[in-house]
Design a protein around this ligand. Structure first.
Ligand SMILES: C[S@@+](CC[C@H](N)C(=O)[O-])C[C@H]1O[C@@H](n2cnc3c(N)ncnc32)[C@H](O)[C@@H]1O
Length: 284
């Protein structure tokens, strides 16, 4: 069903309210291709009718269906390999060194915010397993969160089709970290055990009790307005240990959101350290 010029603003406003993604009339093809089936399946007379049904909230699952359909879940294992090299050769050795002087030298807390179907948190777990010889004796928790229930369910299963494995997993890693399972591959238990998954809308308060040593928030804030991005990264900084590390997407830079993060470079990779004195008290 085509979306009319009269309906487009209502749809874009709804999407913005639900998940912060900014759309406009130039994206009507995307709205039609992703929401058209939902409009028809729920017997809506128009896109504006769908918007009203979601806003009324009488069918709780409808909101989730819209979110699942409109979000872009593109991801792969070890995405942007030079960021994983910066992690491996600079951030992680520095972090492990600095941990040695603390009360919990073998405790690591990582957060993959907007983790999609789990390739990012599992890539982090594999990297830790490669870098830390006695990793089984460490207390490691990697939390993967996303707004979409569908991708969180897939991430939790830890099962990937061969074409997903072929996007980023080397034969050595496949052998070491996966088990053949039916027509695909299952993440081995020791990697799976480091990761947990839960739903988190990044627009909502971040109910995190952990102080994260590392946060990966990649390829999601690109869909938000500058104000929402700025607010999000300020709130993320408050969930991090002062010695923490923040990784953003390869095409993302934090220079325009103020002096809250100090960039660090390793070869082609950039990551950030939070600058807590610049985070306003009201978001700490
Ligand atoms: C392109 S994927 C990025 C996955 C992974 N971080 C990576 O870089 O490969 C973007 C993810 O952001 C999620 N997302 C979109 N809006 C969100 C929001 N408001 N809160 C949490 N996750 C959101 C989507 O569901 C999607 O899985």
């Amino acid at each position: 069903m085509p979306v009319t010029a009269g309906d487009i603003d209502a749809v874009c406003e709804l999407i913005n309210d639900l998940c912060g993604i900014c759309l406009d009339a130039s994206k009507s093809y995307l709205i039609e291709s992703r929401l058209g089936q939902i409009v028809e399946k729920h017997g809506c007379t128009s896109y504006a009718d769908l918007v009203q049904k979601v806003r009324r909230g009488t069918d709780a699952s409808l909101k989730n269906q819209v979110v699942d359909a409109i979000t872009t879940n593109e991801t792969l294992f070890f995405r942007d390999s030079y960021l994983f090299e910066a992690l491996r050769y600079k951030a992680l050795p520095e972090l492990i060194d600095s941990k040695e002087k603390t009360a919990f030298p073998t405790r690591l807390r990582l957060w993959s915010a907007a983790c999609s179907t789990g390739q990012e948190p599992y890539s982090l777990a594999m990297t830790l397993a490669e870098m830390i010889p006695d990793v089984n004796r460490w207390d490691i928790q990697i939390m993967g969160t996303d707004i979409s229930d569908a991708v969180i369910a897939k991430a939790s299963r830890g099962w990937y089709a061969t074409h997903e494995i072929e996007r980023g997993v080397s034969p050595e890693r496949l052998q070491r970290f996966f088990l053949a399972d039916g027509s695909g591959w299952r993440v081995r238990d020791e990697i799976r055990a480091m990761c947990s998954f839960q739903r988190q809308n990044l627009l909502e308060p971040l109910g995190m009790s952990a102080r994260f040593d590392m946060v990966f928030c990649r390829n999601v804030a690109i869909y938000f307005t500058r104000e929402v991005r700025r607010d999000l990264f300020q709130r993320i900084a408050t969930t991090m240990s002062p010695q923490g590390y923040l990784f953003v997407g390869a095409q993302e830079f934090l220079a325009d959101i103020g002096p809250n993060f100090a960039p660090q470079n390793h070869c082609r990779g950039t990551f950030y350290r939070p600058n807590m004195t610049n985070i306003p008290v009201y978001v700490r």
